[in-house]
Design a protein around this ligand. Structure first.
Ligand SMILES: Nc1nc2c(c(=O)[nH]1)N[C@H]1C(S)=C(S)[C@@H](COP(=O)(O)O)O[C@H]1N2
Ligand SMILES: [Mo]
Length: 229
C-alpha cells in the first residue's frame, strides 16, 4: 500500500537512547516478560528492570507536536456519560496508578519489546464519568488535530489497555505524546493515540485517522492488514 502510517519520520538519532556496551540485563528483562507473551503480568513491574527501550520511530500527522503545560492541560471526558468531567493533570496523577510491561507494534513492521508504562486504567475514568448504557465505544481525540481513533467498549476493557503518562520510568516524552497516550498492546500502533486531549463515549466505533486511509478498524497485531510478524 502506498499510504503507510509514517508520513513524518523524525530523525531517530534525536530521540533514541543508545546503550553502550553489553546488554546482559536485557536478557533478564526479556525473560521476565516472555512468559507472559507480550501481555501484562501483575508482577512484571515489580520484577523487571526499567531499561530505555529502543527502536521507536516518532510519528506525527501535523507540522508540529503539541506542547504540554501541566498548569493548563486538560483531559475532557464527555459524550454518553452521566457526568462529563474535565481532568487536570494533577487529578489524572491522583488516580490509581498501574504499571505494565508490554510490547509495541507498528503496522509497518517495527516492534519495541518490553516497554515499561505507568498510567491509569479506563475503569477509573469510568468511575468518574459513569458511561450511559448506550455508550458502546470510545473516541480518543488527540491534541494533534485531526488525529483520532476509536475502541469498542470490550476492547477498551482489555486488561492491559492503559492511559500512559510514564514510559521507561520517566514522564512520557513530548515526541511520544506527552503528557498522555493510549496504550493497547494487542493492536497496532496507530490505535495508540498520542497527545490525548479528550475521550468521548459514543454509540459505536468509527474509522480513525489511519482507518479512513485504508487500515483495519480492528487492528489486532498479526491478524489485521499489517505485517504478520
Ligand atoms: N496523535 C498521533 N498519535 C499517533 C500517531 C500520530 O501520527 N499522531 N501515530 C500512530 C502510529 S502509526 C504509531 S506506530 C505510534 C508511534 O508511536 P511513537 O511516535 O511514540 O513511536 O503512534 C500512533 N499514535
Ligand atoms: Mo504505526
Amino acid at each position: 500500500m502506498a499510504d503507510q502510517p509514517e508520513p513524518r519520520r523524525y530523525g531517530r538519532g534525536l530521540f533514541l537512547v543508545t546503550l553502550a556496551g553489553g546488554l546482559s540485563s536485557l536478557a533478564w528483562g526479556k525473560a521476565a516478560w516472555s512468559h507472559v507473551t507480550g501481555v501484562v503480568s501483575p508482577i512484571a513491574g515489580a520484577i523487571a528492570p526499567i531499561l530505555p527501550t529502543q527502536g521507536w520511530r516518532i510519528y506525527t500527522v501535523s507540522d508540529h507536536m503539541p506542547t504540554f503545560d501541566p498548569a493548563t492541560w486538560q483531559l475532557k471526558v464527555g459524550g454518553l456519560v452521566e457526568t462529563p468531567t474535565t481532568l487536570t493533570y494533577a487529578h489524572l496523577r491522583a488516580l490509581p496508578r498501574v504499571e505494565q510491561i508490554s510490547t509495541f507494534h507498528c503496522v509497518t513492521g517495527w516492534t519495541v519489546p518490553n516497554v515499561h508504562w505507568a498510567g491509569v486504567r479506563l475503569q477509573h475514568i469510568f468511575d468518574l464519568v459513569r458511561p450511559l448504557p448506550e455508550a458502546g465505544a470510545l473516541q480518543f481525540v488527540s491534541a494533534e488535530i485531526p488525529y483520532v481513533d476509536y475502541l469498542s467498549m470490550p476492547e477498551a476493557m482489555l486488561h492491559d489497555v492503559m492511559l500512559a503518562y510514564e514510559m521507561d520510568g520517566k514522564p512520557l516524552p513530548r515526541e511520544h505524546g506527552a503528557p498522555l497516550r493510549l496504550i493497547i498492546p494487542e493492536m497496532y500502533g496507530y490505535k495508540n493515540v498520542k497527545w490525548l486531549a479528550g475521550i468521548n463515549l459514543v454509540p459505536h466505533p468509527e474509522d480513525g485517522y489511519w482507518e479512513q486511509l485504508g487500515y483495519d478498524r480492528d487492528a489486532w497485531v498479526g491478524r489485521s492488514n499489517g505485517y504478520s510478524s
